[in-house]
Design a protein around this ligand. Structure first.
Ligand code: PFF
Length: 477
């Protein structure tokens, strides 16, 4: 591999990069400064809305401690295998997903495999930014001292139906994402992650400690942490599997793209373990924040927790309003929620733009403009879907719910399946192992091969079938 170093100027910022023969001529590929910057950026991508509202309600609904145990096992096996694979393929080819698949073949299956991975973040980021806008609005209201107003019945439903306001918050959140993206990989993404991720941990610890020390909270902590055999069911495994996928940002091209921005000296195995630790620790802290607090508030009635997505925007504001220091806890919670949403949205946006840069060979600002167009179309449809566009339903779903279903339940399992097949049938385990071993010994190589070959394809099939069955109302997730 020929390596040569050169400096380029992007908007006055010097980015050091090492090019490889796989880079397209004359174009500088962004680069993380090293292991820590990379780990924080991937952790920033992984820790998102999924950890903070999705994990606690799924854990509460599907067996508390038992769910946690199953989830942890899946993260260190199935999740680990997929993260290592996507990162190694990204670094090996120095491309985002379409180019990475193309590097091994140009026939239709390779194109489908690459594009399905690449299109997922393009469809997710617009609606993710709509939810990011909701978070920003709540944060602003807490900062203005309106915690009681947020706790009123019907506040959230009225807000998401108020087309103009939702659209403005969506645009504001998206503008913040673009601002970071335009600053580049190291000066933008890495810098923001380095500041926001440690702050996020501190805020999460503050809210979790406050929540578990409320009188009566201990019962909730026990339910969340202690596995009981009688709480185990098939649905525990299915829900934990889906959540693992969602939470670790697998099958949406992000790990390919971020993998293409790291040097050959970054230890892929170690950084994967660190990202998994970080992501799981935040999910655990979120569980500690939410489950005991809801337990106390509802007098031990777990039905309140099963509220699902509305938990963060309807139930929690009511709980905060009933607490002393509730306004402060609300600020801490929504600030943390905002950091989590922003860093994840950045990774989704960067992956989309990187695909355009690689495939269209356009400049970064031009690719950003194309993404602005996608955001305005898909994002505005999602943001207005509960208001002005309420009358439009796709398979009975509002736009936001439909894009969420399409990406998470259909496209992501297909994307992950394509990656598994690419490695099993074309790339081969030895080349992946060779890529990992460029920086360190591949300590869990046997485990990796076993999980990628036998466990991952079966698990992915189960996720696909169960999530479609969920939408059709055959099962209830
Ligand atoms: N992993 C992030 C989260 O948990 O929120 C990012 C993400 C995952 C965004 C899945 C969107 C998505 F569908």
């Amino acid at each position: 591999m020929i390596s040569l170093y050169h400096k380029i100027f992007t908007r006055g910022i010097t980015i050091m990069k090492k090019t490889t023969s796989a880079d397209h001529a004359g174009k500088a590929r962004g680069r993380f400064s090293g292991g820590l910057g990379y780990v924080l950026a991937v952790a920033g991508s992984a820790v998102g809305l999924g950890n903070i509202w999705r994990f606690p309600y799924l854990a509460a609904k599907y067996g508390g401690g038992m769910f946690l145990l199953v989830y942890l096992i899946l993260v260190v096996t199935f999740g680990y295998a997929l993260i290592v694979t996507e990162t190694a393929l990204g670094r090996m080819t120095r491309k985002s997903p379409v180019g990475a698949f193309h590097a091994f073949g140009s026939s239709l299956p390779f194109q489908i495999g690459g594009w399905v991975n690449a299109v997922v973040p393009m469809l997710i980021v617009p609606y993710y930014c709509v939810i990011g806008g909701w978070v920003l609005k709540y944060l602003a209201e807490y900062l203005r001292g309106s915690s009681l107003k947020l706790a009123e019945d019907g506040y959230f439903t009225e807000f998401i139906a108020s087309s103009v306001s939702v659209e403005l918050w969506f645009i504001l959140f998206s503008a913040l994402v673009f601002f970071v993206i335009l600053a580049g990989v190291k000066q933008g993404i890495e810098r923001v992650s380095r500041v926001m991720m440690p702050l996020l941990v501190l805020l999460a610890m503050f809210v979790a400690v406050y929540s578990v020390t409320r009188p009566g909270a201990w019962e909730g902590v026990k339910y969340f942490l202690v596995p009981k055999l009688e709480d185990f069911s098939f649905m525990t495994v299915i829900a934990a599997m889906g959540q693992m996928f969602y939470s670790l940002s697998i099958a949406m091209g992000i790990l390919y793209t971020y993998g293409s921005y790291i040097g050959k000296d970054v230890d892929i195995e170690k950084s994967t373990a660190q990202v998994e630790f970080f992501d799981t620790a935040i999910a655990l802290l979120a569980g500690m924040m939410v489950i005991p607090a809801v337990f106390v508030f509802s007098g031990g009635d777990m039905e309140t927790l099963k509220a699902g997505p509305s938990l963060a925007f309807i139930t929690l504001p009511k709980i905060f309003a009933s607490m002393e220091m509730g306004g402060l806890v609300g600020i801490a919670f929504f600030l943390m929620f905002f950091f989590a949403a922003l860093t994840s949205a950045i990774s989704l946006m960067e992956t989309s733009i990187s695909t355009f840069e690689d495939e269209l060979k356009w400049s970064r600002p031009r690719c950003c403009m194309l993404m602005v167009l996608v955001m305005l179309l898909v994002g505005s449809a999602s943001s207005l879907g509960y208001g002005a566009l309420d009358f439009v339903k796709i398979f009975g779903m509002a736009f936001l719910d439909f894009f969420d279903f399409l990406t998470n339940s259909v496209m992501m399992p297909v994307a992950a399946f394509s990656t598994c097949i690419l490695v099993i049938r074309v790339v081969g385990f030895e080349r992946i192992a060779g890529e990992v071993e460029r920086s360190s010994a591949f300590r869990r190589k046997k485990l990796y091969c076993f999980f990628l070959k036998y466990v991952a394809p079966i698990c992915i099939g189960i996720i696909l079938i169960s999530s479609i069955a969920n939408v059709l109302g055959i099962i209830s997730l």
